[in-house]
Write a protein that binds this ligand. Structure first.
Ligand SMILES: [Fe+2]
Ligand SMILES: [Fe+2]
Length: 199
């Protein structure tokens, strides 16, 4: 367990790194939500909280910087990422968690890497962070509270329902869907029948 003083120091450094009160408030809510979900499901609450605190370190970087910093570190930048560089804040955030915050725990880094577009293979902790990020109480959309209650009961079902909800949103808004998100939808048996067409 992180000592309280150590956690306060970490939180202060995260706040400085982010440089924006709005984003900092989001990461604190995500850390709390992740901690709750981890406890509900017998997972490591300390790791969940740490992943929550560090998940959006690169979220405010402009697209060109995201691409440059990923290329510098040989983080794969595919066609989807090049066209939608915002998604790179997840893998770059994991790299920054290591470099700037000395976090080398593979489970924590995996959760940070997968928190935006999900992935075909997701651990319990990966699901906890993905759900905490999408369902934290600062998010305002219809169905959020119900999905949160579901996440407290059943991580797998919550992943299925949350992926279905976000896919429906992306398709409706004509926002491109990452291949990793489609792979996750297959893993979690999202029923595509109820979704608008991908084309
Ligand atoms: Fe994010
Ligand atoms: Fe986030």
């Amino acid at each position: 367990m992180i000592h309280t003083n150590a956690f306060t120091a970490l939180a202060q450094r995260v706040r400085e790194h982010l440089g924006q009160a709005h984003r900092y408030a989001h990461v604190v809510r995500v850390a709390r939500a992740a901690e709750v979900l981890a406890m509900r499901h017998g997972l490591d609450a300390r790791k969940a909280r740490l992943a929550g605190m560090l998940h959006d370190l690169a979220r405010l970087y402009p697209g060109a910087r995201l691409i440059d910093e990923c290329e510098l570190r040989r983080i794969p930048v595919g066609a989807f990422e090049r066209a939608n560089p915002i998604v790179l804040h997840a893998p770059l955030g994991a790299a920054l968690a290591q470099e700037a915050f000395g976090v080398h725990d593979a489970e924590v880094l995996s959760a940070i890497e997968k928190h935006t577009v999900a992935a075909a293979a997701m651990s319990g902790l990966d699901c906890v962070l993905y759900l905490a990020d999408g369902l934290e109480p600062g998010r305002d959309y219809e169905g959020r509270a119900g999905l949160w209650e579901l996440a407290c009961r059943d991580l797998h079902e919550a992943m299925r329902a949350t992926l279905a909800s976000s896919l429906a949103y992306l398709i409706r808004k004509k926002i491109p869907v990452a291949p990793q998100t489609l792979a996750a939808a297959t893993t979690f048996n999202v029923d595509r029948g109820g979704l608008p067409s991908l084309t």
